[in-house]
Design a protein around this ligand. Structure first.
Ligand code: FAD
Length: 426
């Protein structure tokens, strides 16, 4: 159903997408008194931003993202007290178990990197680890630990940021798909939504997994694919760890309701789409590096995406309205394996009941870094997308610098690593 709320005729900035990136961008724009309209085709946090694990971590990130992530954690601390509802923000730390040789080596490598950023990351040997998490069982050589990392409830936090933006005057329109961007003399002049046009000189594309397809109507290429991550939640249970844990076969986080979010760490399904053929070359190195983590599947998704027109007729219903929220089926086999692993690693949780299972489409770029940049060939267009499975924690920081780009001011954090040109000539 399209929104019953008519969009305003004009605004300074239109943000496309009501995930954490779009909502945080709208928040920081409205904080500076900029008039902003955020258009979301479905509900706020209907896709990745409500379905993720809720890790807010520096640990394990690419060095290029660390300055922005460090800043993002400061912003979380400032945002959370302004929210009337508890969004489960807690600095419990992140623990990566070294439960096989490969993980031990990558943990040691990242420990060395953390020194360059003066982080509180340490490698815990077995005695320190069992003092911190006495209920933890199973074979491991120790764990990489960053105590200052945090966690939060993804949906509540994203809705909280959207509410703060609204209070500052941002107009947030749900069920309002943007069908396309209009140009005048080569630069952005407005958008066409399913409920009518909005004139604007600046558009932020924060469309999550949809960004690559969306940009194609402007003849822009953004190499981006999607994989499916499956997750489940448990009933409230004994407190076995405050740390968000990632290990061979288990990702877990304590929830604010006293249960846990559980996943099979580092395994994803991938429905083959025409974009896999289109971006085959760019993604070969990423696929080779992580191929044991991804299971390719041939499904009807290929056909669904093949028949969509990339040159939209703005007067007709668009693919964004046909799929208000991507809702892939969770992989029950992987989740059963994760449950077994949970019982093995935390025996006190062996009888805990599963209350919900879900999955989310995760967007990924070839180098697993986002694009946060002006699009040089389309003045007035800012891209903030491709957060590659770790955009929740960095969301406030990413939203802040995206807003700065949209205002034409110098970003608080250097964004050279996030230009679109690194992936493709823009
Ligand atoms: C299973 C899973 C686990 C994850 N775990 C973590 C984690 O622990 N920590 C972490 O930091 N990150 C994690 N992530 C990644 C994180 O969730 C994403 O990187 C982040 O939410 C991306 O936010 P976004 O705003 O870019 O995208 P999204 O949240 O997907 O939002 C994009 C929005 O744009 C809307 N949209 C698209 N096109 C249009 C259009 N034309 N008009 C209007 N609206 C449009 C969509 O409907 C959507 O709501 C995980 C993701 C998943 C799925």
């Amino acid at each position: 159903m399209p929104s019953t709320q008519a969009p305003p005729k004009s605004t300074d900035v239109v943000v496309i997408g009501g995930g954490i990136i779009g909502c945080a961008t709208a928040y920081y724009l409205s904080k500076q008194g900029v008039s902003v309209v955020l258009c979301e085709k479905g509900k706020i946090a209907g896709e990745q931003s409500s379905r993720n694990w809720g890790f807010i971590r520096k640990q394990g990130r690419d060095a290029a993202e660390l300055p922005l992530m460090i800043h993002s954690l400061e912003l979380w601390e400032a945002l959370v007290p302004q929210m009337p509802d508890d969004v489960g923000f807690h600095r419990g730390g992140t623990l990566y178990l070294s439960d096989d040789e490969k993980r031990y080596e990558s943990n040691q490598k990242w420990l060395a990197l953390s020194k360059d950023f003066d982080l509180d990351t340490r490698f815990l040997g077995l005695s320190e680890l069992s003092a911190l998490v006495p209920d933890l069982h199973g074979q491991t050589r120790g764990a990489l630990f960053t105590a200052s990392d945090a966690r939060a409830e993804p949906e509540k936090a994203t809705l909280g940021i959207a509410d703060l933006a609204r209070k500052q005057g941002a107009k947030i329109l749900e069920n309002t798909a943007v069908r396309g961007i209009e140009l005048c003399a080569g630069r952005v002049s407005g958008v066409v939504t399913e409920s009518g046009p909005i004139a604007t000189s600046t558009v932020v594309c924060a469309g999550g997994v949809w960004s690559s397809f969306f940009l194609r109507h402007l003849d822009l290429i953004f190499p981006q694919l999607k994989v499916i991550g499956s997750v489940m939640s448990t009933e409230p249970g004994p407190l076995v760890t405050q740390q968000s844990i990632w290990s061979n076969g288990l990702g877990m986080r304590r929830r604010s309701d006293g249960g846990y979010s559980i996943a099979y760490g580092g395994s994803f399904d991938c429905e083959v789409t025409p974009d896999h053929l289109r971006f085959f070359r760019q993604f070969i190195p990423a696929y080779k590096a992580g191929k044991e983590e991804v299971s390719l599947r041939f499904t009807t998704r290929f056909l669904t995406e093949l028949v969509r027109s990339t040159k939209p007729d703005f007067d007709k219903i668009s693919p964004y309205e046909r799929e208000r929220a991507l809702n892939p089926a969770p992989n029950l086999k992987l989740l059963a394996q994760a449950k077994n692993k949970l019982s093995e690693v935390f025996p006190p949780l062996k009888d805990i009941k599963i209350t919900n299972r879900w999955a989310g489409m995760i967007d990924a770029t070839p180098d697993e870094l986002p694009a946060i940049c002006e699009v040089p060939s389309v003045p007035g267009l800012i891209l903030s997308s491709g957060y590659s499975g770790h955009g929740f924690g960095i969301g406030p920081g990413a939203g802040k610098v995206t807003a700065e780009l949209a205002m034409g001011s110098k970003p608080t954090v250097n964004l050279d690593a996030f230009k679109l040109e690194r992936l493709v000539r823009a």
